[in-house]
Design a protein around this ligand. Structure first.
Ligand code: NA7
Length: 536
């Protein structure tokens, strides 16, 4: 197959929020694009993560596209934090409204992308054996799109259903009255546990590392809130883009160290922010919470005291209390997570003390006992940030493979481009704020930057852009240096690839802040794409 549709200007991999907007943006520039999507529907993360309780932990009004005033006027979010079904409906509506589906090929996994140097074209091979060739290739493959399964012997022999939260069946899973085991206690489990607890006959939560979770205080969005947002829309969106996280917290920037504040005043501040229902509110209360361990201990202690006050069994409360610095692993936002452990049908299993050794036909066996189960829910996360890129046989100049180039960790310029891989871009790639920001804000920024770049090349009669090695080396150094100034690298987390055996420990997101990062990207473009080699 090699018709005109197989020779677009741009081939985009992934039809999640990034791929959808990119397609729209490219079309507006008069460029042709084809989007290849492995799943059998669009929506990316919001299509795949259908587990009970799946919900965004950034507020709906902030986690939504800002590029179209009409779209914003036409769509009303029902809740402060939208659930997965509503976000998926939103993305489908976006696709329909902008007539995107006709350029999206669903059920089409990209298995390889090779740069043909002789003709300067990317040849992108799909699981159907077809090839799409394009001058430019954009990987909008998502940061958390490759589920990671635990190595538990015997899982195949379990008699009941076993489902990963990120591969939940579209028709749901029968859980009412059943004995359910949940493996893992990251964001997905923290959202699923309270919902499953209400339906299950018995729920056993197998925890290795406890998470810090703050209450979402989710509620229906009122007309007054919507009105307030619309009234100051432009200013609000501007603040988002210039903020450090892509989120407007409503709090002024911190000016004081947590240690310079009277303990009662500090407790009052933490209490107020705990009640605000925001991922960022506690972390940003003082200047040094994420850079100084004694300062962080103040907020970590505050959250642990909340856990102890919520969970009635002191032993269970103790187990649920993390011992690492607050915020250094992804904070969760929950609705009734800790209180779920007060239910008589919920038990916490500490698999750090009593490790999971195998699955049997009837359940899960730890070193000390067997837990009989009807359903196993695997909430063990993702091969984060680089997993989707590494799953494609990507080859640049001279046939060099990305997997080899990144053997010691991802190396990008701005999380957007790589040396040796001309005309290839990543949306929210490693080395950009990505997962440590409001993804929709970061996605819009990257999509617009990439589209503007392709437009600039066309206007100047150029056909090739490639990050230079010195620019990549320098950027990798900057990402590392910023991370080293914080507490993040002191802890094992998926931000560092620590959840995947054998993966080098490299801190992958850029921690320098969304606003400053955007400014830097804009300056680089304005300077004629400094750090990139351009040619005709
Ligand atoms: P996460 O945050 O990576 O959580 C995975 C959880 O699974 C975590 O608690 C892990 O504990 C646990 N895990 C992993 N392997 C095992 C085994 N073998 N045994 C027991 N427990 C295990 O993934 P989520 O899906 O919850 O969230 C991902 C992101 O999606 C989230 O942060 C949001 O950004 C959206 P461990 O840490 O390995 O001890």
């Amino acid at each position: 197959m090699d018709g005109p549709a197989d020779r677009p200007d741009v081939v985009v991999v992934g039809a999640g929020p990034a791929g959808l907007y990119l397609l729209h943006r490219l079309r507006r520039l008069g460029l042709t694009a084809v989007v290849l999507e492995a799943a059998d529907d669009l929506g990316g993360t919001w299509y795949r993560n259908r587990y009970p309780g799946a919900r965004c932990d950034v507020e709906s009004l902030q986690y939504s596209y800002s590029f179209s005033a009409d779209l914003e006027r036409e769509w009303d979010w029902s809740e402060r934090f939208a659930g997965q079904p509503e976000i998926l409906r939103y993305l489908r509506q976006v696709a329909d409204r902008f007539d995107l589906r006709r350029d999206i090929r669903l059920g089409t996994r990209v298995v390889a992308a090779h740069y043909d140097e002789a003709v300067r074209v990317w040849r992108v091979r799909t699981s159907h054996g077809t090839t799409v060739s394009a001058r430019y290739c954009v990987l909008a493959t998502g940061c958390l799109s490759v589920p990671r399964w635990p190595r538990i012997p015997g899982l195949d022999g379990f008699r009941g259903p076993v489902h990963h939260t990120a591969e939940w069946p579209p028709d749901g899973v029968e859980v009412a009255g059943r004995r359910i085991g949940v493996i893992g206690t990251g964001s997905s489990a923290v959202q699923a546990v309270p919902v499953l607890a209400e339906q299950a006959g018995r729920l056993s939560v197998f925890q290795r590392t406890p998470a810090y979770s703050v209450p979402a205080h989710n509620r229906p969005l009122s007309a007054a809130e919507r009105h307030r947002f619309t009234a100051r829309h432009d200013e609000f969106r501007r603040q988002q883009r210039l903020s450090s996280s892509g989120m407007v917290t409503g709090y002024p920037p911190a000016t004081r160290s947590a240690l310079d504040v009277d303990p009662d005043e500090r407790a009052g501040t933490f209490e107020q922010r705990w009640r605000s229902g925001s991922l960022m509110a506690l972390m940003t209360a003082y200047t040094d919470l994420m850079t100084d361990r004694p300062a962080n201990d103040t907020v970590a202690g505050f959250v642990r005291s909340k856990i102890h006050r919520t969970v009635r069994d002191p032993g269970v409360a103790r187990l649920l209390c993390p011992d690492y610095p607050f915020g250094t692993r992804r904070i969760c936002l929950d609705t009734g997570y800790y209180t779920a452990f007060n239910r008589p049908n919920v038990q916490l299993v500490d698999v750090r003390a009593d490790p999971l050794v195998r699955a049997t036909a009837h359940g899960l066996r730890t070193a000390n006992r067997e837990y009989r189960l009807d359903v196993i829910v695997v909430a063990t996360g993702f091969d984060a940030m680089t997993g989707a890129l590494a799953s494609i046989d990507l080859r640049g100049r001279g046939g060099r493979s990305l997997r080899d180039e990144w053997a010691a960790g991802p190396r990008t310029y701005l999380g957007l481009a790589m040396a040796g891989f001309p005309n290839l871009f990543t949306v929210t790639g490693p080395g950009s704020p990505s997962v440590l920001s409001n993804m929709l804000v970061s996605i819009e920024q990257h999509v617009e930057w990439i589209a503007d770049c392709l437009d600039a090349l066309r206007r100047r009669g150029l056909t090739t852009i490639e990050a230079t090695r010195p620019a990549v080396d320098d950027w990798v150094g900057q990402v590392d240096a910023v991370a080293r100034g914080t507490l993040y690298p002191t802890v094992d987390s998926w931000y560092r690839g620590a959840n995947v055996p054998g993966r080098p420990r490299v801190f992958m997101p850029y921690l320098g802040g969304v606003g400053g990062y955007r400014k830097m990207c804009d300056e680089i473009a304005a300077a004629g794409y400094r750090g990139f080699a351009l040619s005709a």
